[in-house]
Design a protein around this ligand. Structure first.
Ligand code: HEM
Length: 188
C-alpha cells in the first residue's frame, strides 16, 4: 500500500481508472457523461484547480512565509520548490485556457460569449478575466520569476524589481480569481 501511495504517477493513473469506471457506470442513465463536452469540462476543472491551487499556494503560503525563513534555508524554496511549482502553474494555466475555450466551442456559444451577448455575458466576462489572468502568468509572472529566482541571469537591482513585479501580478490574479470563479460556476 505504501508503495502504491508513494508513487504519484500510479496514484494519478488509478484515479483516472476509477473515474472512467464511474463514467461508464452512470452512463447507463446519463449518456451525456460520455459527450466531448462532459469530458472537456472535467479536464477543464482539473487543470483550473491545478492552476488556481498553485496561485493560492504562492499567495497564501509561499510569499507571506518567505520573509520569515532564515537566509540559509531560502534557497530550498527559491531553487527547488518555486521552480517546480511554477512549471505546473504555467502549463496548467495554458491547459485551462485551451480546455475552457474548447468547452465554449463545443457548447456552441464561444462567439456569443466572446461578444458578451446578453445570455452569455456572465461566462464571457469569466472567460475574459481568466484569459487576462493566463496572459499575466505567461507574459508577466513567469518572465519576472525567471529573473527573481536566478533561472536567467540578472543583477541585484533587476532581481529585486522583478520579485516585486511578479508579486504584484500574482496578487492581481488572486483578486481577479474571486469574480472569475463566480462567473465560471454560475452560468448555467
Ligand atoms: C481562459 C480560461 C478559461 C476559459 C476560456 C473558461 C471557460 C469555461 C467555460 C466555457 C465553461 C462552461 C460554462 C457552462 O457552460 O456552464 C467553464 C466552466 C467552468 N470553469 Fe472555466 N474557463 C477558464 C478558466 C477557468 C479557471 C481558471 C477555473 C478555475 C478552477 C475554471 C473553473 C471552471 C469551473 C469550476 C466550471 C464549471 C464546470 C461545470 O459546471 O460544468 N475555469 N469554463
Amino acid at each position: 500500500m505504501a508503495k502504491l501511495f508513494g508513487n504519484l504517477h500510479l496514484v494519478l493513473l488509478l484515479g483516472l481508472i476509477v473515474a472512467i469506471g464511474l463514467i461508464f457506470c452512470v452512463s447507463v442513465d446519463r449518456p451525456d457523461v460520455l459527450s466531448p463536452n462532459a469530458i472537456l469540462r472535467w479536464f477543464h476543472v482539473f487543470f483550473g484547480i491545478t492552476w488556481i491551487g498553485l496561485l493560492y499556494y504562492f499567495n497564501f503560503v509561499q510569499i507571506p512565509t518567505m520573509p520569515t525563513i532564515p537566509a540559509e534555508l531560502k534557497p530550498g524554496v527559491s531553487k527547488f520548490i518555486a521552480p517546480k511549482a511554477l512549471f505546473f502553474f504555467r502549463w496548467a494555466a495554458l491547459l485551462t485556457v485551451l480546455t475552457g475555450l474548447s468547452v465554449a466551442y463545443v457548447s456552441g456559444y464561444a462567439k456569443e460569449a466572446m461578444m458578451l451577448d446578453r445570455t452569455y455575458r456572465l461566462i464571457g466576462i469569466g472567460m475574459y478575466l481568466a484569459l487576462f489572468m493566463a496572459a499575466n502568468v505567461w507574459f508577466v509572472i513567469w518572465p519576472n520569476q525567471k529573473r527573481a529566482l536566478g533561472i536567467v541571469p540578472a543583477d541585484d537591482a533587476s532581481k529585486a524589481a522583478s520579485t516585486k513585479m511578479a508579486m504584484m501580478a500574482s496578487r492581481l490574479n488572486t483578486l481577479l480569481s474571486i469574480p472569475m470563479l463566480f462567473a465560471m460556476t454560475n452560468f448555467s
